[in-house]
Design a protein around this ligand. Structure first.
Ligand SMILES: C[S@@+](CC[C@H](N)C(=O)[O-])C[C@H]1O[C@@H](n2cnc3c(N)ncnc32)[C@H](O)[C@@H]1O
Length: 200
């Protein structure tokens, strides 16, 4: 069990303002924006997985996507509903998802890297089932260009991505980047685009 497994997300959302959380970014994530532009995407259904402060869900909705935000934390979902009344938010654990409908796209900014390494296969199986045929995942996570630290999210390498997703997804693109947020020390990140591999 890593330090990540012990995080009580509800307590974090109860005890701090979302705008003071290190991942808070009121703007659309610049890597997601770059990916959407390069693929010329501006409509369809989006799941913002691990939506937290829901700023990304809101920006995607403003761009014209039909967005559902989910989070394991009931408190985060409660706050998101209060802040962005026009967006659907559902409390849901991606490792035991109860979602009934499928999506064209999934954005995961900062959730995959907190998933326990042994549970990555479950994550992969569940996001596969939540996507429509040829659907895309946009995944942003901490990268292994920083040393691993027991108390912080896992550092993910390109090899980790391939190992987790290779059977069910095609790796469309991957680049090294940073998390730009309220944390003055910028965090090295990977941005990954994966396409659901639907057998013919
Ligand atoms: C680092 S925060 C990122 C929040 C948001 N995506 C953003 O970029 O502002 C990670 C989020 O993932 C959520 N989370 C953690 N484990 C989860 C799980 N198993 N299923 C769904 N959400 C989860 C947490 O509650 C938290 O809100």
């Amino acid at each position: 069990m890593s330090g990540q497994d012990k995080i009580n997300w509800d307590n974090r959302y109860k005890n701090s303002k979302v705008s003071e959380m290190p991942w808070y970014n009121p703007d659309i994530d610049s890597d997601l924006e770059k990916a959407l532009k390069s693929l010329n995407l501006n409509s369809g259904t989006f799941l913002d997985l691990g939506t937290g402060p829901a700023t990304q869900a809101n920006k995607l909705s403003e761009k014209g996507f039909r967005v559902t935000g989910t989070d394991i934390s009931a408190e985060a979902v409660y706050l998101a509903k209060q802040t962005f009344e026009n967006i659907e938010f559902i409390q849901d654990d991606i490792l035991d998802t109860k979602l009934q409908h499928k999506f064209d796209y999934i954005f995961d900014r900062g959730c995959f890297h907190v998933i326990d390494i042994e549970k990555r296969d479950i994550y992969c199986k569940n996001v596969f089932h939540l996507l429509n045929e040829s659907g895309l995942i946009f995944l942003k996570c901490f990268s292994n260009k920083m040393p691993e630290n027991d108390l912080e999210p896992h550092r993910i390498s390109e090899a980790d991505i391939k190992k987790t997703f290779n059977n069910k997804f095609i790796l469309e693109d991957l680049w090294h980047t940073e998390f730009i947020n309220s944390n003055p020390q910028q965090t090295k990140a990977l941005f990954v685009i994966l396409r659901k591999n639907t057998p013919l």
